[in-house]
Design a binder for this molecule. Sequence first.
Ligand SMILES: Cc1ncc(COP(=O)(O)O)c(C=O)c1O
Length: 467
Amino acid sequence: MLWINIDKSSDIPLIRQIYEQVRTGILSGEIKAGERLPATRELASELKVSRNVILEAYEQLYAEGYIESRQGSGTFVTEGLLWEQASIEPPLSLIDDAESKNTESDIIDFRSGIPDLHLFPKKIWGKLSQSVYNESTSSAFGYGNPEGRLELRQALCNYLLKTRGVRCKPEQLVITSGATQALSLVAKLLISPGDEVIIEDPVTHEIQTIFSSAGASLCPIPVDAYGMKTELISKYKKPSFVFVTPSHQFPLGGILPVQRRLQLIQLARTSGCYIVEDDYDSEFRYNGTPISSLQGLDPSKAIYIGTFSKNLSPALRLGYLILPFQLIERCRNLKWFTDLHTPSLEQLTLARFIEEGHLERHIRKMKKIYQKRRETLIKCLELYFKDSINILGDATGLHLIGEFIAIKFSDEVMNKILKHGVRVYPVELHTIKKSIHLNKIIMGYGNLTHEEIKEGIKRLSMALNKK
Ligand SMILES: Cc1ncc(COP(=O)(O)O)c(C=O)c1O
């Protein structure tokens, strides 16, 4: 007799339970090829279920070829179905996912680039989203264009000209799933295997991976307090492009001065390469208005990337790419064959959010909040570490750098810090040339309260000052 367990209280229908167990038994070899299955009447009485349930389960197994009937002699397992099951246990690396990190409530996490997730403008967004769903014509619910909704591209052009000095027409924009997808599209657009890509060092290791996995040979240029040291570029004669974060170098925080910007544009003009500008968090500049974009200096040579992950929410997965005219058509094609387009209704909601002035208002409000958190963080660092720390790159954005005079953030030190219930991020994670920035950590403060910042720095000092 077959060994079948059924659970009559389960939500899974009995037919499905029986079918699954026989099928698994056959594939695992527990029920052998050629073995005769019990007659339906017999099995029904054994399991105390109606005969129809067994008939239907067997019917399904017949239909999928697991069993066959032989005239007059019964139902048999088909030959040749032994199958080694693939493991469904996730590898350990997948268990430690972003979601589980978010729920480690005791650890104070200074992760960079996270805006305050409690202060997302839910009410306004919800209202606008509802009106977009109610008022949009049916075509908005169908497939759209790869470059995204015109309403959003138009709203962005106006907004970016006003706030960032970006000069573009709506046709030059492609709406993407965050800056990350924009970077992947740039990689596909511009990199052939072996091409040289000039890149800031340090720079996020995700960006390094996006470019190098497209076949680029990365040419790291060191970064100082003013961003990329552009005077060191000249040895590379034919780069495909230069990647920079000129308004707030990630992670060290420098702002690229105009002389260096002009040098980059000059290089693009003479060598024929592009400058890829990643403008991920520049709206949050604390001592004045945001620095103008590099793109505005020569829109024919610069590719501009922006995101709503820092000024609104990373969960929206909304970003954009502004291209010189000669690259637009190929980029639209690439986007189409990647994911057709970014979700249209979210784009329409964002377009209204920008047009009605909510984005500018939200940024103004958040800038004041982040500025105060930044002050609290700086005060605490100065209080606990006095002159054993320098604070760098704090003029803009949602993170700053702590440079410690006498500490190297080795794995051992990082473990000690974590054991004290605080998580910080070594700059070394993002370096190409190793061992230059061992004494620096990245500290994000966007999603931490004043109390969390104070407690986090107290814990950090306990971890680092304890002999
Ligand atoms: C420098 C830089 N560029 C781009 C991104 C990616 O942002 P997005 O969430 O828009 O993909 C990040 C994320 O933190 C970043 O730090």
